[in-house]
Design a protein around this ligand. Structure first.
Ligand code: GLU
Length: 284
């Protein structure tokens, strides 16, 4: 096994796995096998309001059924909040994040009322110190957002920020890609309800687990632009990315939990074998 190739499958246990998950997991597992590298499984369960133990159990069961093996122990994000808080504190100490007291509705309005095309993703600014102190005393809830302006200043611009795409973005992007973190705007790094948000946890974990290759669906291609910036701000190594195509159903739409795509357990119950599924996905 080589430490020079470490990849992971990082599902969120918010529903029963479907073909899309199988495709992602098999793709990453095969890449690790071909490179004689390591394959890790990470359970992204920071959002306790949406994650359920039965979904996590189903992930383990379905992956084993597919014939995959992974290293133990499995990293469960909910058990590592201290790591994410330490990263947030590092950013905070450098003045790279600010408290955002706005509600979801206010954020949507701010984006909408911006001059046409001027703001696709939210950009905000910290409150004046006395106003902020007032809200804090009143116990108003807030999220921590990354300040793109502060990040740009710290790095002296984003021109030198890039990542390698060995797969393909949704627009056919590949090779050396210049990161455009402004696509994400001032992303939320710590949520009011959950304590940490997706981008921060992923970047911290990929570094701690020494992931060299991030293999995942094209729906997360845009996330790489934001994550590359966080890596730079936290002095973490940049992994290589391999975004893969998304599976589409017979109706041409992509598989997603919310569309009630057939789950792997349903498929198994009607007698589909793992070998048949791997064949259908072109990964046997
Ligand atoms: N947990 C994310 C998801 O299930 C994937 C994160 C990643 O691969 O970077 O969509």
């Amino acid at each position: 096994m080589s430490d020079r190739f470490v990849t992971r499958f990082a599902p969120s246990p918010t529903g029963y796995p479907h073909r899309g998950h199988a495709f992602s997991a098999l793709t990453a597992h095969r890449a690790a096998h071909e490179a004689r590298g390591r394959f890790l499984l990470r359970i992204e369960d920071i959002d306790r309001t949406r994650c359920r133990p039965e979904f996590e159990a189903a992930i383990l069961e379905d992956l084993a059924w597919l014939g995959l093996d992974w290293e133990e122990p499995v990293r469960r994000q909910s058990e590592h909040m201290d790591d994410y808080m330490a990263a947030l504190e590092r950013l905070r100490a450098q003045g790279l994040v600010y408290r955002c007291f706005r509600t979801r509705k206010e954020i949507a309005q701010a984006i909408e009322s911006a001059p046409h095309g001027a703001m696709e993703a939210y950009r905000g600014s910290p409150l004046a110190p006395d106003e902020e102190a007032e809200r804090l005393v009143a116990g108003a809830p807030y999220a921590w957002r990354l300040s793109l302006d502060a990040a740009r200043e710290r790095l002296g611009g984003f021109e030198a920020l890039s990542f390698v795409e060995e797969g393909e973005g949704p627009g056919g992007e590949r090779g050396l890609i210049r990161a455009r973190p402004e696509l994400g705007g001032d992303v939320v790094l710590a949520r009011k309800d959950v304590g940490v948000a997706y981008h921060l946890a992923v970047v911290v974990d990929d570094a701690l687990q020494e992931v060299t290759h991030v293999i995942r669906g094209q729906d997360l291609f845009e996330a790489a632009h934001v994550q590359r910036l966080l890596q730079a701000l936290l002095d973490l190594p940049a992994p290589v990315y391999r975004h893969h195509r998304l599976l589409v159903g017979p109706d041409g739409k992509r598989f997603a939990k919310r569309d009630r795509a057939e789950t792997l357990r349903e498929l198994r119950a009607r007698g589909v074998t793992a070998a048949a599924l791997r064949g259908e996905l072109g990964l046997d």
